[in-house]
Design a protein around this ligand. Structure first.
Ligand code: NAD
Ligand code: WQD
Length: 346
């Protein structure tokens, strides 16, 4: 019996593939490589010493999904595939609704056709919108602030309706806080296309010389140093959370949402300092206005995942920063080797 990983070539998916293979699961990956490189699949093989099949296919292509299910004895699905850039979703909302929402509906239809009813879904803390009640519990009223966030919210609702129509489904909605870090091998990590939108990949690219300085968005928040506070979680801890969720959906029916974070918040400046300490490189930064849509403070109440999944993050910001730096230093241009050659020729 195999676990299908949609979006398995991406940042969180590739780390989850490693943990699943190391735990003895057989996996099969589907990805259209829209936001990732097939090289990450080679690296997963290198880290684990295990082989697996991957399909280059789009979730919008139901026939391709049907082939994957017909060729593999799939018992459960971990569904990462989706577009995730908040800014881009404001400019191209239809693309986001189609890719994320229609892609998920297609996947569920094919799962239903093949009688596969165990699903772990990548949701996001973005479904809590602009709540200022921290720590954030799963019961907090939901309300997303942008098209990307609304795709996650809609998918959660679609999956709830699906479960209510057929209670033999088992679904875990995993609401990630701020995933950062990389595998400790330095072989896989986050490889954003273009200029990074997120804090830590941006800092890492400043450190490696691809960007000149960090813009800190806002220093007048009601926090100790005035900069925004987030709950950063090591991607390997997050990946392990998927194993616990997979075990859960394999033994109970139902639909449950779980926060995956550390429960601890750090400010932008604290993260800059932690990265400088881990890398030995100073990160120049300039203070800028607040970024529209940002909240001051966001961190998780992780009690539910601890009690119901038996999961708790164990890696701190030192390990997160050390592992980001190892990945970025060893792969200054991410998985893009051609760029790497141009870079070293300069
Ligand atoms: P990622 O972009 O690195 O990985 C997503 C993968 O899905 C990519 O490899 C992409 O090529 C693939 N994909 C996208 N649309 C597809 C489609 N229609 N068919 C097949 N493959 C498709 O992103 P990630 O950071 O690994 O995030 C994984 C999931 O977690 C996403 O659903 C994202 O919304 C969610 N999430 C991410 C974060 C974060 O900060 N990284 C936070 C919360 C939630
Ligand atoms: C963190 C902090 C910024 C960049 C986003 C998505 C969310 C989820 C996770 C998918 C904030 C500050 C950032 C920079 C900065 N993704 N910052 N300079 O906004 O908490 O969450 O990723 O579901 O939906 O919105 O993460 O890393 O962008 O920002 O000062 O260049 O860093 O203002 O305080 P965010 P982030």
């Amino acid at each position: 019996m195999k676990i299908l990983i949609t979006g398995g070539s991406g940042y969180i998916g590739s780390h989850t593939c490693v943990e699943l293979l190391n735990a003895g699961y057989e996996i099969v990956v589907v990805d259209n490589f829209l936001n990732s490189k097939a090289e990450s699949m080679n690296r997963v093989r290198r880290i684990t010493g295990k082989d697996f099949k991957y399909y280059e296919a789009d979730l919008l292509n139901k026939d391709a999904l049907d082939v994957i299910f017909s060729e593999n004895n799939i018992s459960a699905v971990i569904h990462f595939a989706g577009l995730k850039a908040v800014g881009e979703s404001n400019n191209f909302p239809l693309k986001y609704y189609q890719n994320n929402v229609t892609g998920t509906i297609n996947l569920c239809e094919i799962m239903k056709k093949y009688g596969v009813k165990k699903l772990v879904f990548s949701s996001s803390a973005t479904v809590y919108g602009s709540t200022n009640q921290v720590p954030i519990k799963e019961e907090t009223i939901l309300g997303a602030e942008n098209p990307y966030g609304r795709t996650k919210l809609m998918i959660e609702e679609i999956l709830r309706d699906l479960y209510h129509s057929d209670q033999s489904w088992s679904i875990a909605l995993l609401r990630y806080f701020n995933p950062i870090g990389a595998h400790e091998s330095g072989l896989i990590g986050e490889d954003p296309k273009g200029i990074p939108n997120n804090l830590m990949p941006y800092i890492a690219q400043v450190a490696v010389g691809r960007l000149s300085s960090l813009s800190v968005y806002g220093n007048d928040y009601p926090t100790l140093d005035g900069t925004g506070i987030r709950d950063y979680i090591h991607v390997v801890d997050l990946a392990i959370g998927h194993l616990r969720a997979l075990e859960k959906v394999q033994c109970i029916h139902g639909i449950n949402a779980y926060n995956l974070g550390t429960g601890i918040g750090y400010s932008v400046l604290e993260m800059v300092k932690a990265f400088e300490k881990a890398s030995g490189i100073s990160i120049p930064y300039v203070m800028k206005d607040r970024r529209p849509g940002d909240v001051a403070i966001c961190f998780a109440d992780v009690t539910k995942a601890r009690i119901q999944l038996g999961w708790k993050a164990s890696r701190g910001i030192e390990a997160m920063c050390r592992d980001i730096w190892r990945w970025q230093k060893n792969n200054p241009n991410g998985y893009n080797e051609e760029l790497e050659i141009q870079h070293s020729d300069k």
